[in-house]
Write a protein that binds this ligand. Structure first.
Ligand SMILES: *[C@@H]1O[C@H](CO)[C@@H](O)[C@H](O)[C@H]1NC(C)=O
Ligand SMILES: *[C@@H]1O[C@H](CO)[C@@H](O)[C@H](O)[C@H]1NC(C)=O
Ligand SMILES: *[C@@H]1O[C@H](CO)[C@@H](O)[C@H](O)[C@H]1NC(C)=O
Ligand SMILES: *[C@@H]1O[C@H](CO)[C@@H](O)[C@H](O)[C@H]1NC(C)=O
Ligand SMILES: *[C@@H]1O[C@H](CO)[C@@H](O)[C@H](O)[C@H]1NC(C)=O
Ligand SMILES: *[C@@H]1O[C@H](CO)[C@@H](O)[C@H](O)[C@H]1NC(C)=O
Ligand SMILES: *[C@@H]1O[C@H](CO)[C@@H](O)[C@H](O)[C@H]1NC(C)=O
Ligand SMILES: *[C@@H]1O[C@H](CO)[C@@H](O)[C@H](O)[C@H]1NC(C)=O
Length: 479
């Protein structure tokens, strides 16, 4: 749908229009189409760098984002990955090794696809920036968090009474906490310093199940996870091309992988990346699939323990939904990492391919496409809908999943308005299907066995602002 008609639709709904409206404004001229017929090849780099690059909305099934007619959201439970960031220190090490090979040749004039190198500099100012969220350019991580906060204020502001103190929750990791704070400033605006109460939940294993980042031993899967980059012939082809254009670099397929990792993060800090153009579309398609394999086998449904890990959040949020806004509260904003969101999706039974992803070819059309699932800033939003009776369904309470702003219906249950699921059905399905985290993952009985911070939170505003400078390559943190 062209952007103009989305805007029209949003405005129509905001103005209280009751009927669904397809319409854009009437065409300006007889040649202007209401709907573009062009989808070209559907290619955007933003869908082919795995989880490394800037946020983009999930490609939707066309289901309207706003609540269905006759329904109102009365509770929202969101978990958001931190915003756009610099590479990790370990990715940085591989990048620097491969860049050193690129720079090892004695030339004042790079040629071919690397001609831009004659006036390019690495976008990471120094090694202390590894791990940090980005603050520059149109795709900056902190900007993403603030912008989404303002968008959620517009969408869910009716769920705050304008007086009460609202807790929100971040795992204990520097960039995650930074994201939570910027989102909070966006959502609460002038009231952030007095009416939001940041709770920081340590990422330590001793939190057991009382965590946004529960862990589980993944040893069994590590051999697959560590050995994915050799799978794609396209990386060899790219290495041969770049070596032929600039003899002496001797890049290998592993170097190409490192350089593509580097390219995929560049937009997080800059408006433009020449490195992205140094690789072909097909090379990016291969790169994206390698990243899909990584998430699927190492943090998603291809790892036999991950549904149990995600069951912690799925089960606790089920309790919130059944208690409802009057008993539990209406707004639950949570902040963690990509690999905390993919287990939750596995536990909820959505985006599961019919068979394990193959290692020897790309199964085009596969639902497990990381760019649609956990780009930087990616988020899963659970909406509780209170609906009047319709021709389709009785008055009642329904649940919808929204992933990166696109509605993601359950396979097993979509009988409610807007393809939502009646809360009672959602509850019975999950109660039957959710694995048990503490037994599957052998969680020590001396650690908490359930998530309880959504009910036992602090209302102090002391943690709302950072008081110390961020540390070099900051990771886990509690302030
Ligand atoms: C690099 O090339 C220039 C010009 O061809 C030459 O003068 C210089 O000695 C070379 N440096 C090295 C380290 O090989
Ligand atoms: C929220 O902020 C506005 C603008 O500063 C202020 O008028 C209002 O009193 C604040 N509400 C609360 C509960 O502090
Ligand atoms: C990695 O994959 C290659 C190619 O599929 C295979 O030959 C090799 O044994 C694998 N290595 C490990 C450690 O699994
Ligand atoms: C690249 O390979 C060539 C031929 O094997 C060798 O002469 C050259 O020293 C290598 N260059 C680097 C930077 O390793
Ligand atoms: C699910 O959560 C409820 C309360 O939030 C708890 O009583 C129950 O034991 C949990 N179930 C599992 C399997 O963790
Ligand atoms: C929902 O639950 C009702 C009552 O148990 C059942 O009749 C119905 O088939 C369920 N619908 C779905 C979509 O699961
Ligand atoms: C938990 O313990 C059992 C029995 O010792 C073992 O078979 C299983 O692999 C363990 N699971 C994890 C995730 O470590
Ligand atoms: C609330 O604050 C107390 C005291 O600082 C701390 O021990 C506890 O972990 C905090 N609870 C949460 C949910 O952050």
């Amino acid at each position: 749908m062209p952007r103009s008609s989305l805007i029209t639709l949003t405005c129509a709904l905001a103005a209280g229009a009751s009927a669904f409206s397809y319409g854009a404004a009437a065409p300006q001229s007889s040649q202007e189409k209401q709907f573009s017929q062009e989808f070209r090849d559907g290619y955007s780099i933003l869908k082919h760098y795995g989880g490394n690059g800037p946020y983009s909305e999930r490609a939707s099934y066309g289901v309207a984002r706003d609540p269905p007619t006759g329904c109102e959201v009365d509770q929202v439970i969101m978990i958001k990955r931190h915003g756009e960031r610099y590479p990790s220190p370990s990715a940085g090490q591989g990048i620097e090794e491969s860049l050193a090979k690129v720079y090892s040749i004695n030339t004042t004039e790079y040629k071919g696809d690397l001609a831009f190198l004659n006036d390019w500099t690495y976008y990471v100012p120094n090694e202390c920036y590894y791990n940090a969220e980005t603050t520059s350019g149109p795709y900056a991580g902190l900007l993403d968090a603030y912008t989404q906060g303002t968008e959620y204020r517009a969408r869910y502001g009716h769920l705050w009474d304008g007086e009460s103190v609202v807790p929100f929750f971040s795992s204990g990791y520097g960039r995650v906490i930074g994201t939570a704070r910027k989102f909070g400033e966006g959502f609460f605006g002038y009231n952030y310093s007095t009416n939001a109460a940041l709770n920081i939940i340590s990422e330590s294993e001793v939190q057991g199940a009382d965590s946004l980042t529960p862990s589980c031993d993944t040893d069994n899967d590590q051999t697959t996870c560590d050995n994915l980059t050799s799978l794609m012939p396209q990386f060899k082809i790219a290495a041969a091309r770049l070596n032929a254009q600039n003899p002496g670099m001797n890049l290998t397929e592993t170097d190409v992988y490192h350089l593509m990792v580097m390219a995929s993060y560049e937009l997080n800090a800059r408006p433009f990346s020449n490195w992205i153009n140094a690789f072909t579309q097909d090379e990016w398609v291969s790169f994206g699939y390698v990243e899909d394999l990584n998430y699927y086998y190492c943090a998603g449904p291809g790892d036999k323990n991950m549904a149990a890990v995600g069951a912690v959040y799925a089960n606790a949020s089920l309790t919130l939904l059944n208690q409802g806004p009057k008993k539990a509260g209406s707004l639950f904003f949570n902040f963690a990492h990509d690999t905390n969101i993919t287990p939750i999706l596995a536990a909820l039974g959505v985006l599961i391919p019919d068979e394990d992803l193959p290692l020897d070819r790309i199964p085009f059309g596969n639902p497990y496409t990381t760019g649609n699932i956990v780009p930087q800033g990616g988020h899963l939003t659970i909406e509780r809908l209170s609906c009047q009776a319709t021709a389709l369904s009785d008055e009642g309470t329904f649940v919808r999943l929204v992933l990166n702003e696109a509605v993601l219906p359950f396979n097993a249950c979509q009988s409610g308005p807007g393809y939502s699921c009646p809360l009672a059905n959602y509850t019975s399905i999950l109660n039957k299907d959710l694995p048990d985290y503490t037994t599957t993952c052998n969680v020590s009985s001396s650690y908490p066995q359930h998530l309880s911070f959504w009910w036992n939170y602090n209302t102090t505003t002391e943690l709302n602002y950072r008081t110390k400078p961020i540390a070099c390559q900051e990771g886990e943190a509690m302030d």
